[in-house]
Write a protein that binds this ligand. Structure first.
Ligand code: AMP
Length: 558
């Protein structure tokens, strides 16, 4: 773990992607045992041993499940190990902006500085993970803080949060594995796509066994992603495009093997239990297959709104009544594997033919085929978009003729055409420092809508402003600060943002009683005053319209 922490520091110190990959590859080469290579890769991906992979819930992207070690446990252990009081620790954490780094800095004068192997780090995680009682965890963390090197502690804690925040994506870890083992990045990536376990792929690469890695059914693979096509823009010329409607449901990968079925979410989670009727319908797909598609709430031949599906999924226990009142279908749009072999390298048209056959053979009204047409002329796009909206769908997906299925890629072979569901002008009520390079600026904003002369929080957003705007906003917000609550700076409601979002739902999380789906900042409205921002009544209207079966675009003129 000490060497891994040092390697992470070197990776973090390089701005360029190539230099980061090279630094990591150099570290991988020093690892003698396969077990250590496995552990290192798992730590780097934020998946210390035996922890489940990332999940995403429907409404927001959620980071991978955390070893439920809240801030309180770390703070209590830090207090016990360092002797500093809570207030000092809070100020330090606030200024540093990162839990791991704070621990490393605070503990520097107090630790015994003993080495920590990767094996030891893994044991510690597993022990912490298995502990139920907070006081036992605090005792154990205190001991850890007192024992190991500050830099190691920094990354040990960061890994608990499942992210090292050193600008390393899984693809770069793949490239480093390739460089360290003398294999091509494409071969490592392809093997990782088949297996979905980069640690095991790294070991296979080292032993020259990449080719023997077979795709495994019931292990989710990465999904191919779509690139947004800007409003009104035309897709690249000189190639042909197919067009499908863009469904607003839950992306799903169905693994079918002679009647056995598992359904995985985009977060690679097995969600089969939520859709018993789809499990049995997909069990009718003959042979073996991995199908890519969307789970939709569906009635009378059309999709119900995402909010309806969300209502069904929000229930802890799926009742029969729910299954009847909110029926679901699997809308298939691709196939990744068929009867013993991957189909990723076959063309869109070839895969489509296989998909059609699989769906037809299943002969179930719950397993549907996404209608597809050749786009004769880009001028058709606006009318097709409107038709998709009329059908209750979100927009369009354009798929390039002859393209391959590229797991995990947003390469442009798929283009999505959609517009924000609506926009709102909201006012900032609180702000927080970001992480990594945004640790010194206020980049995460909590915002509110107006209710009479009050402001009720409705969401949080941290993307959309430029770095220069964030710096400027930081100054402005510091000037209008009215208090602080832990890392959160409370500010006078003055600064107005225009936010776009994909949907709206009821939520006890915010004072307004609503939450926005995927909010992003469109503009800093320096021309507006807080009184001019949107009201709770408008939010209620938008919510009502989102319940309509046809989620027509609302708020175009907002
Ligand atoms: P977005 O979720 O906005 O990034 O848009 C891309 C997503 O659209 C994909 O990841 C799928 O979940 C979803 N999608 C909806 N309809 C289709 C379709 N017909 N083909 C492919 N992806 C689709």
């Amino acid at each position: 773990m000490d060497a891994l922490a040092e390697a992470c520091e070197r990776v973090a110190s390089h701005a360029g992607r190539l230099a980061k990959v090279a630094a990591l590859a150099e570290y991988f080469r020093t690892l003698e045992s396969d077990e250590d290579l496995r552990r290192a890769v798992q730590f780097l991906l934020g998946r210390p041993a035996a922890m489940a992979p990332a999940v995403s819930n429907l409404f927001e992207t959620v980071e991978a499940p955390k070893l439920a070690l809240g801030y309180a446990v770390i703070r209590d252990a830090l207090r016990a190990a360092s002797g500093w009081d809570d207030e000092t620790l809070r100020v330090c954490h606030r200024e540093v902006g990162d839990g791991g780094e704070t621990v490393g800095l605070i503990m520097a004068p107090f630790t015994a500085g003993e080495p920590m192997s990767l094996e030891r780090a893994e044991q510690l995680y597993l022990q912490l993970h298995a502990m139920r009682r907070a006081d036992a965890r605090v005792r154990m963390m205190t001991e850890i803080f007192r024992t190991y090197r500050p830099l190691t502690l920094k990354y040990f804690i960061k890994a608990i949060g499942n992210s090292f925040r050193i600008g390393l994506q899984e693809k770069m870890v793949e490239e480093a594995v390739a460089a360290a083992t003398g294999k091509s990045a494409a071969a490592v990536r392809a093997a990782n796509n088949r297996l979905g376990d980069l640690a095991a792929v790294a070991i296979a690469a080292r032993h020259d066994q990449l080719d023997s890695i077979e795709a495994r059914l019931f292990h989710p693979m990465d999904f191919m992603l779509a690139k947004p096509l800007e409003d009104g823009a035309a897709p690249p010329e000189g190639v042909e495009w197919y067009v499908e409607e863009k469904y607003d449901g839950v992306r799903a990968q169905a693994h079918c093997d002679h009647g056995a079925v598992a359904i995985f979410s985009r977060g690679m989670e097995d969600v089969s239990k939520s859709y018993p009727e789809l499990v049995s319908a997909l069990g009718r797909v003959p042979g073996s297959a991995i199908l890519d598609g969307e789970i939709l709430a569906w009635r009378d031949g059309r999709a119900l709104s995402f909010t309806m599906l969300q209502q069904r999924l929000a229930r802890k226990k799926l009742t029969e009544a729910m299954q009847v009142s909110i029926p679901v279908v699997f809308m298939g749009y691709d196939v990744l594997y068929r009867d013993g072999g991957l189909t990723l390298d076959q063309t869109l048209e070839e895969r489509r033919a296989m998909l059609e056959a699989a769906v037809n053979d299943a002969a179930s009204d719950r397993v549907l085929l996404s209608p597809q047409a050749k786009l004769a002329d880009v001028a058709e796009i606006p009318a097709r978009y409107e038709a998709a909206r009329e059908n209750g769908n979100e927009g369009l997906l354009l798929k390039r003729a002859g393209s391959l299925y590229e797991p995990g890629k947003r390469g442009g072979a798929w283009l999505k055409v959609k517009r924000a569901f609506a926009t709102l002008d909201v006012v900032i009520t609180a702000a927080e420092q970001g992480h990594g390079k945004r640790a010194t600026v206020l980049s995460d904003y909590t915002f509110a809508v107006r209710s009479g002369d009050q402001y009720l929080n409705i969401g949080k957003a941290y993307s959309g402003l430029t770095d220069a705007e964030i710096r400027e906003m930081t100054k402005v917000l510091r000037d209008i600060a009215i208090g602080r609550y832990s890392r959160v700076l409370l500010v006078k409601p003055q600064q107005v943002l225009e936010v776009g979002f994909d949907g709206i739902q009821k939520s006890p999380r915010h004072k307004s009683g609503y939450a926005l789906r995927f909010p992003r900042i469109l503009r800093w409205r320096t021309d507006k005053r807080a009184e001019d921002c949107d009201t709770i009544e408008r939010v209620q209207e938008l919510y009502q319209s989102s319940l309509n079966l046809t989620p027509n675009r609302v708020g175009d003129d907002a």
